[in-house]
Write a protein that binds this ligand. Structure first.
Ligand code: NAI
Ligand code: MG
Length: 369
């Protein structure tokens, strides 16, 4: 059996609590001989600052670069508010994203049948929803130069942000999205605004070329990002994979995620290029939520976002799609049985702790094996 190297960076607040449930799952997979991971742990965020006065050390960065994948909990909290900007907890996550060059942010929006009632949309619109937003993460208007505010001297100021995309940036994010579509329902929707933006014109052109050259077997459609946003709320089940730029992706992924309920349910992946030595795609998996200082230390956090982030690692870093499917099925089964952590709507249902939820997921997984 192949052994994969995983770096676990639990971080702060509820980070270690939800990571503990992934460790339980990894231990069980190992004991059953289902999958083997060589795990290492490191400090990040406030925990790293307290120990080493930096939000991530060079040594931990080197471990992240050498690992087959990084699992990240959450960082931050009021305790570190007075810490200087450069070493604040969030800087650790930003350095990981930058040094691993994680340009593709994957945010699935999955609606478990048992939670369809918790959505802001009608249950029939979201029940069974399973779509994936791929957001370009290292380019576009958040990074383009010039980026300035100039005093015009007449009582007016002028603010400038610049949207920049080069062909290679669009090609590589398009390939990630097409590859994902191939592993899913074989449909990709690309969103831009070519009607008003030059970067949209190039985006449309390059995605079309990549499709023609390398992915003719995948169904490709283009939508303008504004009407795409409308479609996402009107009938989200029309989509499989959506690929879009950094700015539109920021908004569309937040919208899509919230169609499905609680922050405690939402996983994510950030992918980079294939590493020449490990031959694996650089990857970091993390829940969408933060360190939740308001409930930290109470054993009340929902571990499902973290567990599902590990599920994404199984699927996208380790080619264990079947096991990832079983993990999703186990999560769905636990919810269907009425178990809820405190963040989920729970009238008449059983409210459980972080570790009870983690245990229940492992038990369901056992039943599926
Ligand atoms: P948050 O996501 O930590 O919490 C927002 C609300 O959702 C809170 O009421 C919290 O209790 C609840 N919540 C979040 N995750 C939950 C879970 N797994 N189970 C149950 N309830 C959950 O966002 P907030 O409060 O804005 O930020 C708190 C700290 O986390 C800040 O220091 C912030 O900078 C940091 N943060 C870190 C992120 C990261 O590490 N990627 C992302 C977002 C925030
Ligand atoms: Mg956002």
């Amino acid at each position: 059996m192949a052994t994969y190297k995983l770096l676990l960076l639990a971080g702060d607040g509820i980070g270690p609590e939800v990571m503990g449930e992934v460790k339980r799952l990894i231990g069980w997979l190992d004991a059953q001989g289902i999958a083997r991971f060589e795990t290492e742990e490191g400090l990040v965020g406030g925990a790293s600052y307290d120990a080493d006065k930096v939000s991530i050390t060079d040594a931990t960065m080197a471990k992240a670069l050498a690992a087959d994948a990084v699992l990240f909990g959450a960082v931050g909290g009021p305790k570190w508010d007075p810490v200087p900007y450069e070493v604040r907890p969030e800087a650790g996550l930003l350095r990981l994203r930058k040094d691993l060059a994680l340009y593709a942010n994957l945010r699935p929006a999955i609606c478990y049948p048992a939670l369809a009632e918790s959505s802001s949309l009608k249950p029939e619109v979201v029940e069974g929803l399973d779509i994936m937003i791929v957001r370009e993460l290292t380019g576009g208007v958040y990074f383009g130069e010039p980026k300035t505010i100039t005093d015009l001297g007449n009582g007016q100021k002028r603010a400038v942000d610049t949207q920049v995309y080069d062909t290679y940036e669009i090609e590589r994010i398009a390939r990630v999205a097409f590859d994902l579509a191939r592993k899913r329902r074989n449909k990709l929707t690309s969103m831009e605004k070519r009607n008003v933006m030059k970067s949209g014109v190039l985006w449309h052109e390059v995605v079309t070329q990549v499709h023609q050259r390398e992915y003719k077997d995948v169904a490709l459609e283009h939508q303008l990002a504004d009407s795409g946003g409308m479609q996402l709320v009107r009938w989200p089940k029309q989509f499989d994979v959506i690929v879009t730029d950094n700015l539109f992706g920021d908004m569309l992924s937040d919208i899509a995620a919230m169609l499905t309920g609680s922050l405690g349910m939402l996983p994510s992946a950030s992918l980079g290029d294939i590493d020449p030595t490990t031959k694996k795609r650089r990857a970091l998996y993390e829940p969408v939520h933060g360190s939740a200082p308001d409930i930290a230390g109470q054993g009340a956090a929902n571990p499902i976002a973290m567990l599902a982030s590990f599920g994404m690692a199984l699927r996208y870093s380790f080619d264990m799609g079947e096991l990832a499917d079983k993990l999703d099925a186990a999560i769905a089964a636990v919810l269907a049985k009425g178990l809820r952590t405190a963040d989920l709507k729970s009238e008449g249902l059983t409210v459980v702790s972080t570790s009870q939820m983690g245990e229940a997921v492992v038990k369901e997984l056992q039943a599926l094996h």
